[in-house]
Structure formats: structure tokens, C-alpha cells
Ligand binder design. Structure first.
Ligand SMILES: NC(=O)C1=CN([C@@H]2O[C@H](COP(=O)(O)OP(=O)(O)OC[C@H]3O[C@@H](n4cnc5c(N)ncnc54)[C@H](O)[C@@H]3O)[C@@H](O)[C@H]2O)C=CC1
Ligand SMILES: CC(=O)C(=O)O
Length: 315
């Protein structure tokens, strides 16, 4: 296939996360041209070759190392470059370094791409999303942070374990910060269409909200403590976002973007809410019913993110 006819995705940062994303995109054939860009060119080339060697078991997908000029005609650009969180270190400790990395990457992307769709994964993911939005000048719906998509996946996984039910039957969100102030929305969660607590009562299971929230929030730290880094979970979360964009299928996913004025006291902050996503990025931001405690926790999460974002990148 001619290069000009390929569906191209550029992944910037070919470390654990970038490599796992490229692998997942290849296996699921979500693009037929996957380009890895990294400051460490050997790392990008090695990762690309390792994945490319396996393509004969799947479909024709080009996986290769490249430079920023590849962004010119990419359908999606995914930023994963940065410094990974060390055991015991908070996500927020890393903010200043990673924000300056994603800002310089954004300037490089914008040299070549006219109206790119950028997906931001580097931590702290909400603050880096705000930084890329500001630096790029793009509409906020075209700068999507992976936000609480991974936390939501962890929440659903834990609920499926507790309730002994297929994870696909669980509709429940973690919203707010991808971090310590994240908010589990229990009040509007449903299991196969049944309100969560109706379902739990019918199957005779008592849920401990605090324990579930705690396990969800600590999911990343738990894996980091055990094996040093998380990368498969985020790769699958990103692949899910990529799928809805590439297929233009209007799925509703919990992702971060900078909220507009209609969100009043939350406006101007990059934070996760359920969003309808398609080819142009975020098409609609949805307001999910919350009880009073959840709403108060969301207000707190937004306040924390606003204060921190201002501290790191200015208002
Ligand atoms: N949002 C989420 O849910 C998750 C986010 N992360 C974050 O993803 C980021 C990457 O994590 P890992 O891949 O494990 O780290 P890693 O250290 O394995 O890889 C980072 C890569 O970025 C590259 N890099 C650094 N500066 C660069 C620059 N200016 N331009 C191009 N490449 C550059 C490095 O050479 C390295 O290959 C971290 O910030 C981590 O905290 C990780 C897991 C989940
Ligand atoms: C590292 C990280 O952000 C996570 O696994 O949630």
C-alpha cells in the first residue's frame, strides 16, 4: 500500500507505555502505519522492529521509527514521553519535568501538523493535557487526555470481581483527577441495566464503597510496587479511545479535556467526565447524575487540579 493511503498513528515516547500502545494497536489492526518517535532513537527503532517482526502473524501493518515530520498526515498523535513515576513518588511530583517535555513535543508536532488530534498519556495526565491544549492552540475537543479511562477500567474490574458478573455488564465511572482525588460514581452505576445496589441486593452481596474506591485509586501504585511500572492497562485504555476515533463510533468514554464556560466553576480545568467521542475528537461532554457527596468530591477534585495546574503551567 502506498504511504499516502495508510491510516497513520504516531506514538511519541517509545518507553514501556509507548511500546505497549504500539503493540496493542498493531495486534488489533487499528492503523496500518504505526510510527514511534523518541529522543532515544535506538529505543524507538528497537521497539518498532520487535513489534514489526511479529506482523506476519496478523495483518499488514507497518511499525517503524520516525521523526516529527510524520505528524503531518497522522490521524492521531499519542504523547507518552516523560519520566515514569517511581515507587513512593506522587504523580504530582513529576509535573514540572513532564509538562516541559510535553510542551516541547507539542511545539514540534505543531511545526508539521495543521489540525492534529492529540491524545495525552504522560503523567500527571490532566495537567499535561492542559499544557498541550494551551501550547497547541487547538480546540479543547482535539486534545484528549487518557484521564480516568484506566481508573474506570480498574473500577469495573474490581466491581466485576466483587459481584461475580461479566465486566462487560458493568457501567460505572471514575471521574475527576487521574490521581488521588479521583471520584468513583457509585450512585448512577448499573449492572446490566440494573441500578448497582438493586443488583447487589438481589444477588445478596454487600459492597464496601470505601474499600473499592481505595483499591481502585491504588491500582497503579500496587502494580508499580510489584513490577516497577504499569503499561498494559493503559495501552488497552488508549486502544479503546483510538478505536472509537478511528471508527467514528460515538462511544462514551471517561476522558479528560479542558472544560468550557458552560461548566461554570469547573471551566478551564482539564478533568475527566464522560464524553461522546468520534472522528473529530470529543463531540459532547456529558453531565452524569451524582449524589451530593459525589458532586462535592468532584468540586474538590477540580479545585485540586485547578490549583496544581496553575502552579505548574500558569493560569
Ligand atoms: N495516564 C496513565 O494512565 C498512565 C501514564 N503513564 C505515564 O506515561 C509516561 C511514560 O511512562 P513509561 O513509558 O513507563 O516511561 P519510560 O521511561 O519507559 O519511557 C518514557 C520514554 O519517553 C522518552 N522521552 C523522554 N523525553 C522525551 C522527549 N522530549 N521526546 C521524546 N521522547 C522522550 C524516553 O526516552 C523514554 O523512552 C510516564 O509519564 C508515566 O507516568 C504510565 C501509565 C499509565
Ligand atoms: C502510572 C499510572 O498513572 C497508573 O497506572 O495509573
Amino acid at each position: 500500500m502506498k504511504e499516502s493511503h495508510r491510516d497513520k498513528i504516531v506514538v511519541i515516547g517509545a518507553g514501556n507505555v509507548g511500546e505497549a500502545i504500539a503493540y496493542t494497536l498493531m495486534v488489533r489492526v487499528q492503523a496500518n502505519d504505526i510510527v514511534l518517535v523518541d529522543l532515544n532513537e535506538d529505543r524507538a527503532e528497537g521497539a518498532a522492529l520487535d513489534i514489526a517482526h511479529g506482523t506476519s502473524f496478523f495483518k499488514q501493518v507497518w511499525v517503524r521509527k520516525g521523526g516529527y515530520e510524520e505528524c503531518a498526515n497522522a490521524q492521531i498523535i499519542i504523547i507518552t514521553a516523560g519520566i515514569a513515576r517511581k515507587p513512593g513518588q506522587t504523580r504530582l511530583d513529576l509535573a514540572k519535568t513532564n509538562v516541559s517535555i510535553v510542551k516541547s513535543i507539542t511545539r514540534n508536532i505543531m511545526k508539521f501538523a495543521e489540525n492534529p488530534l492529540i491524545l495525552v498519556v504522560s503523567n500527571p495526565a490532566d495537567v499535561t493535557t492542559a499544557a498541550v491544549y494551551k501550547e497547541s492552540g487547538l480546540p479543547s475537543g482535539r486534545v484528549i487526555g487518557s484521564g480516568t479511562s484506566l481508573d474506570t477500567a480498574r473500577f469495573r474490574y474490581i466491581l466485576s470481581e466483587k459481584l461475580h458478573v461479566n465486566v462487560e455488564d458493568i457501567n460505572a465511572y471514575i471521574l475527576g483527577e487521574h490521581g488521588d482525588s479521583q471520584v468513583p460514581i457509585f450512585s448512577s452505576a448499573n449492572i446490566g441495566g440494573f441500578p448497582l445496589y438493586d443488583y447487589a441486593q438481589q444477588v445478596g452481596i454487600t459492597l464496601d464503597e470505601e474499600e473499592i474506591a481505595h483499591r481502585t485509586k491504588d491500582g497503579g501504585a500496587e502494580v508499580i510496587k510489584l513490577k516497577g511500572a504499569t503499561f498494559y492497562g493503559i495501552a488497552m485504555a488508549v486502544s479503546n479511545i483510538v478505536e472509537t476515533i478511528m471508527k467514528d463510533d460515538d462511544a462514551i468514554l471517561p476522558v479528560a479535556h479542558v472544560l468550557d464556560e458552560s461548566f461554570e466553576e469547573w471551566a478551564g480545568v482539564a478533568v475527566s467526565l464522560p464524553c461522546r467521542i468520534g472522528w473529530d475528537g470529543i463531540e459532547q461532554t456529558l453531565r452524569i447524575p451524582m449524589n451530593e457527596k459525589e458532586k462535592a468530591d468532584m468540586d474538590k477534585s477540580v479545585d485540586i487540579l485547578r490549583a496544581f495546574t496553575e502552579q505548574v503551567i500558569g493560569s
